[in-house]
Design a protein around this ligand. Structure first.
Ligand code: MTE
Ligand code: MO
Length: 268
């Protein structure tokens, strides 16, 4: 699938979300009117400048506690597709991979009272959640998988976010433009807000389909944010960082694909 095509898809989604945003913004406005408003560039710019508006509208459609659909064991195909990075080339990742991830540590830092580090063994010893869900990629494919991992909310409770903390940023191992080309950081990253981070189905998964997470799917640890699209499901998670804003991180849009034009709230 070409980048142009995926960006086009992202723009179509964007437009749909702007429509929802318009509904929220105009309150009683009828949809046909909003459709026309969304074709008006200055109105669209106003909407875009309200950072969380489409996000807020998504919340009206899908309230905070809504659960993503869960499936049964018989719905799970024998293998789960891989997409995006399938085998990070970065030296630090390669070193951990050679050691079977025994030296892996997840770092929790940023706007928290108690920063911390967790080995995989420690993460596996914590209470876990298992969920069979459908992954939807904007490129037009879906796949059902059984994920097991530690609820992100649990790690956040342990870290005690400061009052200013609003988002969780996932820092990944894989460079998207080749490892450290000219020293520029192109590692995959993503972000979600604290409500989404505390949602029951938001987990850091270490198992897929009853086996340790394969490298193609993000070993040793990947995020599952089940109410959102594929690109939000950060693989190869190296660290989580709590921030008040992501405006000064990289392109400022809250994620690798967001910096390329995808929407920050990737609601399904
Ligand atoms: N670190 C990292 N996370 C990532 C990606 C990636 O390239 N690197 N691709 C994203 C996209 S677009 C999708 S659809 C899913 C693919 O997950 P899978 O390989 O388990 O199918 O991971 C998401 N998370
Ligand atoms: Mo994707």
């Amino acid at each position: 699938m070409t980048k142009t095509f995926t960006l086009m898809r992202a723009r179509q989604r964007d437009r749909r979300h702007l429509l929802r945003g318009a509904v929220a913004a105009a309150g009683a406005a009828v949809l046909t009117g909003c459709d026309r408003l969304s074709n008006n560039p200055s109105f669209v710019e106003t909407l875009k400048s309200a950072q969380n508006l489409s996000h807020a509208a998504g919340r009206i459609v899908a309230p905070k506690a809504a659960m993503a659909q869960e499936f049964s064991q018989s719905d799970v195909p024998p293998s789960f597709r891989g997409n995006g990075t399938l085998d990070p080339a970065d030296a630090d990742y390669k070193a951990l991979q050679r050691g079977g991830f025994a030296d892996y540590k997840l770092t929790v830092s940023g706007l928290v009272e108690t920063p911390g580090e967790y080995t995989l063994e420690q993460l596996r010893a914590l209470p876990s959640r298992t969920q069979i869900t459908r992954h939807d990629c904007v490129e037009g494919w879906s796949c059902i998988g059984k994920w097991k991992g530690v609820p992100l909310g649990l790690l956040l409770d342990a870290a005690r976010p400061k009052a200013e903390a609003k988002f969780v940023v996932f820092r990944c191992f894989d460079s998207m433009d080749g490892p450290s080309l000219d020293g520029r950081d192109s590692r995959y990253y993503e972000s979600i807000d604290l409500d989404e981070a505390h949602h029951a189905q938001t987990i850091l998964a270490y198992d897929l389909n009853d086996k340790a997470l394969p490298v193609i799917n993000g070993a040793p640890l990947r995020c599952r944010v089940e109410r959102q699209l594929g690109y939000k499901q950060a693989k190869y998670v190296k660290a989580i960082e709590l921030v008040a804003s992501f405006a000064d991180i990289r392109g400022g849009k809250g994620g690798y694909w967001e910096d390329e034009g995808y929407e920050w709230y990737g609601g399904i």
